[in-house]
Ligand binder design. Structure first.
Ligand code: UTP
Length: 304
């Protein structure tokens, strides 16, 4: 099919949450800045957006925005010092984050929920479909999810969300999707969404994970969406309304599809998963891995 949908070039990364699960580390530092091995979690996410072809990145920040802005900016003093020492390797690593993408920032003010954070992106995004990436979810770069979602959106129009099968006993921690199959084995059409369903009320074991490609019609819906669960404006509720509007017919709103992700994902917003992500990624690193794996083996067999 020929491409008839506007090209996607903008990524939005909401990073204004309070990060209460990580207190006190997140008292003065955004949780997105917590290091995963030697890079802040947010850098992996920006790298993912860029490798899916989206190099215009808008970050929605909160009260602790300084470290985020500084990380993606030049640090002349540090660069000077590393050049003087002739440390080309570290200099390149420092410059990597500032050369990555065109970064923009907007402040959310009150953190009134993920839906409200996304609404703050409306003036920057305008009338084009756009991607949303949550800093909590690290998707392994070897399993490109966002690029596939962009491809599906360009073919089908509308919106595309990322879904992952989870243990039914855990589905109450996620937004959950009711779906019907399409001709592609990894793509489903979304018919209903429920935010954090009670046990026994989940329509499936497909959980929404933190990647979205959204129709700009979401902004109008978010403006009218009342605070939902937890007094927050829920993005899930607004996407549900997009799906409803499409299924009811007679509107120009496109469908909501889901890409079912089977790759490696780390939920760094959760302390246990954060530790697992670091261990896993450190084990796989060429520079640190061999020594770290040997230590880990000894630690597990001799000290546990
Ligand atoms: P979470 O639900 O994980 O909330 O937000 P949180 O406040 O960051 O973390 P905890 O649960 O208190 O530990 C999901 C994503 O939405 C962003 C967060 O930064 C995170 O990337 N968010 C959430 C906002 O940008 N603004 C909000 O008002 C709420």
């Amino acid at each position: 099919m020929t491409q008839s949908h506007p090209r996607i070039s903008k990524a939005v990364i909401p990073a204004a949450g309070l990060g209460t699960r990580f207190l006190p580390a997140t008292k003065a530092t955004p949780k997105e800045m917590l290091p995963v091995v030697d890079k802040p979690a947010i850098q992996y996410v920006v790298e993912e957006a860029v490798s899916a072809g989206l190099s215009d990145v808008l970050m929605i920040t909160g009260r602790n925005k300084r470290p985020l802005e500084d990380h993606f900016d030049r640090n002349y003093e540090l660069e000077e010092a590393l050049s003087r020492k002739g440390d080309a390797g570290r200099l390149a690593r420092v410059q990597e984050s500032s050369d990555l993408a065109t970064m923009h920032y907007v402040r959310q003010g009150d953190p009134r929920g993920l839906g409200h954070a996304v609404l703050c992106a409306a003036p920057h995004v305008g009338d084009q479909p756009f991607a949303v990436l949550l800093g909590d979810d690290l998707i392994d770069p070897r399993d490109p999810l966002l690029a596939r979602m962009v491809e599906v959106q360009q073919r089908e129009g509308g919106s595309v969300i990322a879904l992952m099968e989870v243990d039914p006993a855990q589905i109450h921690q996620y937004g959950c999707a009711a779906v019907k199959p399409t001709g592609d084995s990894d793509v489903v059409q979304v018919t209903d969404l429920v935010e954090k369903p009670e046990a026994g009320e989940a329509p499936s074991n497909l959980a929404i994970i933190g990647r979205y490609v959204l129709d700009p019609a979401i902004f109008g819906i978010l403006r009218e969406t009342e605070p939902g669960r937890g007094g927050e404006i829920q993005l899930t509720d607004a996407i549900q309304k997009l799906a409803d509007a499409h299924l009811a017919g007679g509107s120009s709103v496109g469908p909501v599809h889901g890409v079912v992700f089977k790759g490696r994902r780390y939920d760094t917003g959760d302390r246990g998963d954060y530790l697992r992500a670091i261990v896993r990624l450190a084990c796989e690193r060429e520079d640190l891995g061999p020594e770290f794996r040997a230590w880990l083996r000894r630690f597990v067999t001799e000290e546990m």
